[in-house]
Design a protein around this ligand. Structure first.
Ligand SMILES: [Mn+2]
Length: 443
């Protein structure tokens, strides 16, 4: 692991340890493998909270943080430890089949984590002797419940006996405090998200040239993802939405298997991940390279909401202010176009909120940011958020003139909140209707 990454994760462990305090212990579980079918697993993805604190990408690992110290036997002697990583043991046969394992003896050198043991010793630390001296246990509870395999058996045993071995221990979900930390990005993280955004915008600008009638949605998906990987984006940030025509009105459409037709719009919500950090972009293009009048009217309304909200972003502004501003612009736009009789009906066509935080997760730091308290709603320098207004008119909306039906438009950018305002990380991706038509004219 490179030294800047090592320093980043170390600073996260230090920050989290400070938040939980010396009377607490944190047990943060990494992910386990998931079966896909028969003897094949899904590609392994580390739990993001665990990754945030360690950067370690092997399954079946557990991090224990005890800021006040924990007595634990090391080579037969009691030692006071503040951070322990439990990892898979070295196993020549398993490594031949499934890939190298770091092994516990290399943890300190490779990851900079003070102490390490093989994960067969996890039950030791989860027993009374160690837990009773703490007043509070933090764990990534929701993630813990989804673990599989051997780790699952350890957890079951632990949760069944917990009220006996440590009856006074208060248990808290670590995701809230970790979410609070994760909502404010360090420079290390901002660079990773910026890299992901740059790879993604490059892919869109390139793929745009191949959008034309007769192409299948999954072909466009393939071109984007080819570009991501070829340019260093090691994974997709989320399952992409490549939705032509009315499919754009299905918010999480994921079939991506329809042939697109002339006269329709194509909505693409896809982005690259880079070193576990996500970008999140949506653009909407006319399949034949030219917007119809009706498509253009809707497109301009959404674009205005996108641009006005981005302009307003700075520390102190509330997410809910941006949501209200977007709703106001979309409402006025539709009202002026004669498509909205009652302004209260806007939610029927705008469907979702203005945006969310991005980071290790595409919907990042949610346990903290979605709790509804005003504090969490206020933007701070270091936040990275999406701005993604949208309007959607299905074929069934009889109150809307036919030419406006089967139109779905969303325009989404990734914005870094700075001390004085904001930086659009997806700026280099075209979004003016005229620019899109010029870029597509030779398709
Ligand atoms: Mn989004």
């Amino acid at each position: 692991m490179k030294s800047d990454q090592k320093a980043f994760h170390k600073s996260r462990r230090a920050g989290f340890s400070e938040l939980i305090g010396k009377d607490s212990v944190a047990v943060i579980f990494g992910n386990t493998t998931r079966n896909k079918s028969y003897d094949e697993d899904y590609k392994f993805k580390q739990y993001k909270n665990f990754y945030y604190l360690t950067g370690f990408l092997e399954p079946n690992s557990v991090l224990v943080l005890a800021p006040g110290g924990i007595q634990f036997p090391v080579n037969g002697k009691q030692k006071t430890l503040t951070e322990i990583l439990f990892v898979q043991k070295k196993d020549a046969l398993m490594e031949t089949w499934n890939g190298k394992r770091l092994g516990h003896s290399d943890v300190r050198r490779e990851l900079g984590i003070q102490n390490s043991f093989v994960n067969e010793e996890i039950p030791q630390i989860l027993n009374s002797r160690f837990l009773r001296r703490f007043s509070k246990l933090y764990t990534n509870f929701g993630e813990m419940l989804k673990l599989t395999n051997d780790t699952k058996r350890i957890i079951n045993n632990f949760t069944e006996t917990l009220n006996i071995i440590a009856p006074a221990l208060e248990i808290s979900d670590a995701s809230y405090l970790l979410g609070k930390m994760r909502a404010v990005k360090t420079n290390y993280e901002i660079n990773k998200i910026g890299e992901a955004a740059e790879i993604s915008t490059g892919a869109y600008n390139e793929t745009l040239k191949s959008v034309r009638p007769g192409i299948n949605e999954f072909s466009i998906q393939a071109m984007l993802e080819y570009y991501y990987k070829y340019h260093g984006g090691d994974d997709i940030a989320y399952h992409p939405i490549v939705a032509s025509g009315e499919n754009a009105c299905i918010l999480h459409y994921n079939a991506n298997n329809r042939q697109m037709k002339s006269g329709e719009l194509l909505l693409i919500d896809s982005a690259s991940e880079y070193n576990y950090y996500c970008s999140d972009i949506t653009r909407t293009f006319p399949v034949n390279g030219k917007f119809t009048n009706e498509q253009r009217i809707i497109y301009e309304i959404v674009l205005k909401a996108n641009k006005e909200c981005i302009k307003k972003i700075r520390p102190g502004v509330k997410f809910s202010d941006l949501d209200n501003l977007s709703t106001k612009i979309l409402t006025e736009g539709l009202f002026k176009a004669g498509l909205l009789k009652n302004k209260k009906d806007i939610k029927k066509y705008s469907l979702h909120g203005i945006g969310h935080h991005i980071g290790l997760d595409t919907h990042d730091a949610v346990p903290f940011t979605k709790t509804g308290s005003t504090d969490n709603d206020t933007l701070k320098a270091g936040n990275v958020i999406t701005i993604e207004p949208g309007l959607y008119f299905t074929g069934n909306m009889k109150e809307i003139p036919v030419k406006f039906r089967k139109i779905g438009v969303r325009i989404e950018d990734d914005i870094l909140v700075t001390k004085t305002g904001s930086i659009n990380l997806t700026e280099s991706m075209i979004k003016e209707a005229a620019e899109i038509e010029i870029a597509m004219k030779d398709n």
